[in-house]
Design a protein around this ligand. Structure first.
Ligand SMILES: [Zn+2]
Length: 249
C-alpha cells in the first residue's frame, strides 16, 4: 500500500475482473546493464505483487506488435518489466493492456483460499498468521500455534472446504483508517503492516469468516476457490507451524 506516489492508476484495485484496457505510456526504457528498464502506464490492471501474491503476466499491444510483460519493478513509479528482446513502446504511445487470465484467475482463487485458511485457523484454533506465500494453485501459510492437536490437518481441511461450500461472499471495500482499525479482526492481522501515512485501508471481507486489510485480488465468493487440500503441516520451531495447501476443482 506504499504506492501513493506512483503515477499509475491501479485499475485492478477497483475491478478485479478487468483483463483488458487502454492506457498511455508515461515513461519507458529497454534497460541496460546497471540500469533496469520498465514501462510506466497511466492506468494498469497488472497486479504488481504484494501480500504474498506474485505479479501478473500479460501483454501490451501497440503499433502492430506486442510487448510481453513478465513482472514489475516497484520504485519511484510502477515499472512493468518487458520480456527480453521485445519491442518497448515509446512514451506517449497508446497501448492495449491485457492481463493473462489463466495465471491471474488461479492466483485469485489461491489468495482467497489462503484467507479462508487464515479465518478457519484463527476461529477454530486461535492461531495468528506470521507469514505466507503463494504461486498459482499452491501456497503456504505460517501460524503461531504452540501445539498441534490430534487430527489438526484433517480438521482444518474439512472446515476450509465447508466454508468454500457455504459460498460466502467476498467483499472488497475501502475504509478510512480509523474506521478500518475499529474492526476487531483487522487489528489481529494488519495493524503493524499498514504504514501510518496510509489514510484509506482496503478491506477484503469474507463475510462472516475473515476480514483483512489487503491489497490483493480475490474471487467474488468462496465457492469460486474450488477445493482446498492441506498437503502438509510442518513444525518450523517453537510454536511456528507451516501449512502447505493446494487448490483444485
Ligand atoms: Zn491477502
Amino acid at each position: 500500500m506504499a504506492d501513493t506516489q506512483w503515477r499509475t492508476h491501479r485499475l485492478e484495485l477497483d475491478d478485479q475482473t478487468l483483463r483488458e484496457w487502454d492506457a498511455v505510456v508515461l515513461a519507458s526504457g529497454a534497460g541496460s546493464p546497471g540500469e533496469p528498464g520498465g514501462i510506466v502506464l497511466d492506468r494498469s490492471a497488472f497486479y504488481p505483487g504484494g501480500g504474498g501474491q506474485p505479479p501478473d503476466h500479460g501483454v501490451l499491444l501497440w503499433g502492430g506488435v506486442q510487448t510481453r510483460i513478465e513482472g514489475v519493478r516497484k520504485g519511484d513509479d510502477l515499472y512493468l518489466i518487458p520480456a527480453d528482446g521485445d519491442p518497448v513502446p515509446p512514451p506517449g504511445t497508446t497501448v492495449r493492456g491485457a492481463v493473462e487470465d489463466e495465471r491471474r484467475a488461479a492466483l485469485m482463487r489461491t489468495h482467497s483460499g489462503l484467507h479462508v485458511l487464515c479465518g478457519v485457523v484463527f476461529r477454530d484454533f486461535g492461531a495468528l498468521v506470521t507469514g505466507g506465500n503463494m504461486e498459482p494453485m499452491t501456497a503456504r501459510m505460517d501460524f503461531n500455534l504452540p501445539a498441534v492437536p490430534d487430527g489438526f490437518r484433517q480438521a482444518v481441511e474439512g472446515a476450509c472446504n465447508a466454508e468454500l461450500a457455504a459460498d460466502r461472499r467476498i467483499d472488497v471495500r475501502v475504509l478510512p483508517r480509523e474506521e478500518a482499525f475499529a474492526l476487531p479482526d483487522i487489528i489481529r492481522t494488519a495493524t503493524n503492516l499498514v504504514p501510518p501515512e496510509v489514510k484509506d485501508v482496503r478491506i477484503v471481507d469474507i463475510v462472516g469468516l475473515d476480514q483483512q486489510a489487503d491489497g490483493g485480488t480475490h474471487v467474488a465468493s468462496t465457492r469460486q476457490v474450488g477445493r482446498i487440500q492441506v498437503v502438509k503441516v510442518e513444525n518450523k520451531g517453537k510454536g511456528f507451524r507451516r501449512l502447505r495447501i493446494q487448490i483444485s476443482g
